[in-house]
Design a protein around this ligand. Structure first.
Ligand SMILES: Nc1ncnc2c1ncn2[C@@H]1O[C@H](COP(=O)(O)OP(=O)(O)OP(=O)(O)O)[C@@H](O)[C@H]1O
Length: 322
């Protein structure tokens, strides 16, 4: 099937399910001779949290900014809430919220003034004070933006994205630079938004964030879609096939790999071992017998599945990108 036929089929399938909130069909974008998004297709259903993951420079921000109407596609078609983000921007903008990566837009205004300013752009904004409270900025509401900490700036950017009661929110690395408390609060806000039916497209470099929050995860690399599924399906969460254990370093991994049903045995860090098998109960018996026979003291033993981070690194490699 050609890429075009495939995209047309995907778009037709998406439309049959009801109106998707976002439909990206065969979208490509070049900067000069450099193709940064390469025939990307996906759709986001109403009320879904959709995570876009990829190494630095993979094309995430370019994609998100095109969905927001700030960049024009070179090829393909984009529909957001059924609208063309550029030609129908006036209809679209009041219905979406955007959390930008750069936070320093109004250094001389206080947090409350920034929110009041943005509230003025919408017909039915949220209460500024309630939103400041929700994102934990009440005490800092009179602080000028340039004096806010990095995490506080991110929380203000989140509040700006939510002030207009949007149907769809774009969150670009929403918890980057936040401390664990602020991160938990932000995750709770995202879950509340989802419960109230808001659709969320998020980009993140935090795999646990994507795993906890999203209904669908798309991984892109070099502008191409390389994986798209639920976090459970991507990590095989329904099918635990990994045993991790901690014991003295230097155990013989060749012998461990030779235990019945073991597909892989590795000492991933000194004294930290990972075995992969589809027959976990049998493996546990054989492994503990093997350890007992060698008088090996076990300090931890866990059964689980691979993480999104494992999959991400396997698909995109471990080389650092520019
Ligand atoms: N305006 C521009 N002009 C030229 N090249 C650009 C422009 N914007 C982005 N790029 C390049 O396009 C590629 C994709 O960038 P993009 O910001 O979309 O990636 P990203 O996946 O969001 O990365 P990160 O995780 O680092 O934010 C990069 O190589 C980047 O340098």
């Amino acid at each position: 099937m050609s890429a075009h036929t495939q995209t047309t089929t995907q778009m037709a399938q998406a439309l049959q399910k009801g109106s998707p909130t976002i439909v990206v069909g065969n979208f490509s974008k070049n900067y000069g001779a450099h193709r940064v998004v390469d025939h990307l297709s996906f759709s986001v259903q109403p009320g879904e949290v959709f995570a876009l993951l990829g190494p630095n420079g993979a094309g995430k921000t370019t994609t998100v900014e095109t969905l927001e109407g700030y960049r024009a596609p070179d090829e393909g078609s984009i529909r957001v809430l059924g609208l063309d983000p550029i030609r129908q921007a006036q209809q679209l903008k009041p219905r979406i919220g955007v959390m930008l990566q750069q936070d320093g837009l109004y250094p001389a205004l206080t947090a409350r003034e920034v929110l009041r300013l943005f509230a003025g752009y919408y017909a039915h904004p949220q209460s500024v004070d309630a939103l400041l409270e929700r994102v934990g900025l009440t005490a800092a509401s009179k602080t000028r933006c340039r004096r806010l900490s990095g995490g506080q700036k991110r929380r203000l950017a989140l509040a700006v994205a939510l002030i207009g009661n949007p149907e769809l929110v774009f969150l670009d690395e929403p918890t980057a630079g936040m401390d664990p408390q602020a991160r938990q609060t932000t995750w709770e806000i995202i879950r509340e938004l989802k419960r109230s039916g808001v659709t969320i497209l998020l980009t993140t470099h935090l795999m646990d964030e994507a795993e906890r929050l999203s209904d669908q995860v798309a991984i892109i690399d070099h502008g191409q879609l390389i994986a798209l599924d639920t976090p459970e399906n991507l990590t095989g969460a329904k099918n635990a096939n990994i045993v991790r254990f901690v014991a003295p370093e230097g155990l013989d991994c060749q012998q461990l790999a030779a235990l019945p049903g073991v597909k892989k045995a590795e000492e991933v860090r000194a004294g930290s071992y990972v075995l992969e098998s589809d027959t976990i109960p049998t493996l546990l018996v054989d492994l503990t017998t093997w350890l007992r026979d060698r008088n090996v003291t076990l300090s931890e033993l866990r059964v689980g599945h691979g993480s999104l981070e494992d999959l991400f690194l396997r698909l995109t490699g471990s080389e650092v990108r520019d």
